[in-house]
Design a binder for this molecule. Structure first.
Ligand code: PEP
Ligand code: MG
Length: 575
């Protein structure tokens, strides 16, 4: 039966393909129907898996040498306790019967529900036990597969093209892996429009939707889906007419993209001759090829923290140097702005660190300054790479003058150590700061005096100005780039920086939103940095804009107190 589910579209376009359900625990779990008359058999299969894992634990316990540390046996005790708890060992049987589904799927649903309860716990120790729950559930899952110790391999690349990944939630680290394993689209139950998960999705240029709430429960493995990323709609099991209509729309979308390619080598200049720089945001060195294919005249934001994710160790100086050097060299003298690692919040390499308000916690430059040795390793790698192209260093999440001073001092220390070794680097390297905390936007003078350039991070600036968690789908509707407070901050940053003759760019999602291109131009923005997929759309608007006509409208837009009226005004502007 065909039905539709609504969420928030985070990356436009149409994808048509078969659902591939992804589990919380990272295991590939298919869902299939089990008719009521086979439910008892399926439950028995589940019980057998539980029994088998119980026996595995007993074997494990028996194999512990007498000299082994006491923690090992405590660890097995804990896992045995989790396994014996009825929430994991009994509740899935009920799900098998009520949902008419297979045992793996029932276990997955129950594990997700238990994990959600863990996430809400106040007690940090208990919250951290979620990892143990996942490990026990994985053991049972493996036993169910009839192959203990077996984890299904990832899908082969050629089978992924028409697969739509359906997940409860995905981390930015999960999504960046899709750069290697291509899916046609992905959709999730949780997430906000500018969560890093959505940000990376946009960089993949595949249609994607977040905040579907119950999508994973309603969609079955292999079901045919249409994902309309522009409208935020998923059509499950479409009929032939709907399918034909979306195939037509998909073709039209692809043709328009091909037409845009013609603009690749055109300079981005307004009709009245105002030049604009259009730079790319990237996550991995390999993204440079597509950035150049889409006519980027620089890298405005290399989110270097992605080099630190999806691994248990840290990249050492040489590995980082090679990544930065490659981007600098491949851009052949065009500017490459590399942001020092912005870890913490929703991109944490330290899964054990659980804090109440991660976005307000030890994140970005705050984290770097508590780990000076690790930070200097990155700074040395960045400086070394600057010898091979035009590298700029960008500091994320600045809020105070002390943070700038301490960072500049560490850069100085890194320079000195390279000088002592005689290692070459660009002695004129520029250091800039991200303006993404309202305090920095309001006290801009401090940063202008100490830094060579600024880059406005609107994703965080909006989050912190409006007090809206960018990862939380329940408040996503309140996340409004057109709020007068946000617009006035933006216009003020651009104006103040211009007066001080300090270059200012904008690298948040607003830069790639074509509905906002002309408004930002009117505010005086001349440097946009965005997802590769949006570069040519924005260029097309710039080429058709007249700055002298737009400029007088800026004041009116800043005075608009109703975002809806402003939206209508912007539509007229783009008509
Ligand atoms: C921003 O905050 O706007 C930004 C570009 O940085 P990130 O999205 O990585 O936080
Ligand atoms: Mg940011």
């Amino acid at each position: 039966m065909s039905f539709t589910i609504h969420g928030i579209g985070v990356s436009g376009g149409v994808a048509i393909g078969h659902a591939h359900l992804m589990t919380h625990a990272g295991l590939e779990v298919p869902r299939y129907d089990v008719p009521p008359y086979q439910a008892a058999e399926e439950s028995a299969r589940f019980d057998a898996a539980i029994k088998q894992v119980r026996a595995e634990f007993e074997d494990l316990r028996a194999s512990i040498p007498a000299t082994a540390p006491a923690e090992i046996s405590a660890f097995i005790n804990l896992h045995q306790m989790i396994l014996s708890d009825s929430t994991l060992s009994v509740a899935p049987r009920r799900i098998i019967e009520t949902e008419n589904c297979n045992a793996e799927w029932a276990l997955k649903l129950q594990t997700d529900a238990v994990l959600a309860r863990f996430d809400e716990m106040e007690d940090e120790y208990l919250r951290e036990r979620r990892v143990d729950v996942i490990q026990v559930a994985e053991r049972v899952m493996k036993a169910l597969s009839g192959n203990p110790g077996y984890v299904p391999p990832p899908l082969r690349a050629d089978s992924e093209h028409n697969r739509i990944l359906v997940a409860h939630d995905l981390s930015p680290a999960d999504v960046v892996q899709f750069k290697r394993h291509r899916f046609a689209s992905f959709i999730t139950d949780l997430g906000g429009t500018t969560s890093h998960t959505a940000v990376v999705a946009r960089s993949l240029a595949i249609p994607s939707i977040v905040a579907l709430h119950r999508g994973q429960q309603m969609i079955r493995e292999s079901e045919l889906l249409i994902v309309d990323g522009s409208q935020g709609v998923v059509i499950v099991d479409p009929d032939e007419q709907v399918l034909a209509e979306y195939q037509r729309r998909q073709l039209k979308f692809d043709l328009e993209r091909q037409k845009l390619r013609r603009l690749k080598d055109r300079r981005a200049v307004t009709l009245d001759g105002v030049p604009v720089e259009l730079h790319a945001n990237i996550e991995l060195p390999t993204d440079v090829v597509e950035a150049r294919n889409n006519g980027a005249t620089g890298i405005g934001l290399f989110r270097s923290e992605f080099l630190f994710l999806n691994r248990s160790d840290l990249p050492d100086e040489d590995e980082q140097f090679e990544a930065y050097r490659k981007v600098a060299a491949d851009m052949e003298g065009m500017p490459v702005t590399i942001r020092t690692y912005d870890l913490g919040a929703d991109k944490d390499h330290d899964q054990a660190r659980v804090t109440t308000n991660p976005a307000l916690g030890l994140r970005a430059i705050r984290l770097c300054l508590t780990e000076p040795q690790r930070f200097i390793t990155q700074l040395r790698a960045l400086l070394r790479a600057s010898h091979y192209g035009k590298v700029n260093i960008l500091i994320p999440m600045l809020a105070t003058a002390v943070e700038v001073d301490q960072t500049l001092e560490l850069i100085q220390r890194a320079r000195q150590s390279l000088d002592e070794e005689g290692t070459p680097y660009d002695r004129d390297i520029k250091v800039g700061g991200m303006i993404e905390v309202p305090a920095a936007a309001l006290a801009l003078g401090i940063f202008i005096r100490k830094l060579d350039f600024l880059s406005i991070g609107t994703n965080d600036l909006i989050q912190y100005t409006l007090a809206i968690d960018r990862t939380d789908d329940t408040v996503a509707h309140l996340y409004d780039p057109l709020h007068p407070a946000v617009l006035n901050l933006l216009a003020n940053i651009i104006r103040t920086a211009d007066r001080a003759k300090v270059p200012v760019a904008l690298c948040g999602e607003m830069a790639g939103d074509v509905a906002l291109t002309r408004m930002l131009l009117a505010f005086g923005l001349r440097q946009y940095s965005m997802h590769i997929a949006h570069l040519l759309d924005v260029k097309q608007i710039i080429l058709k804009s007249n700055f002298s006509q737009l400029k007088p409208l800026a004041r009116k837009m800043l005075r608009a107190s109703d975002p809806e009226k402003l939206r209508a005004m912007l539509e007229n502007l783009n008509a």
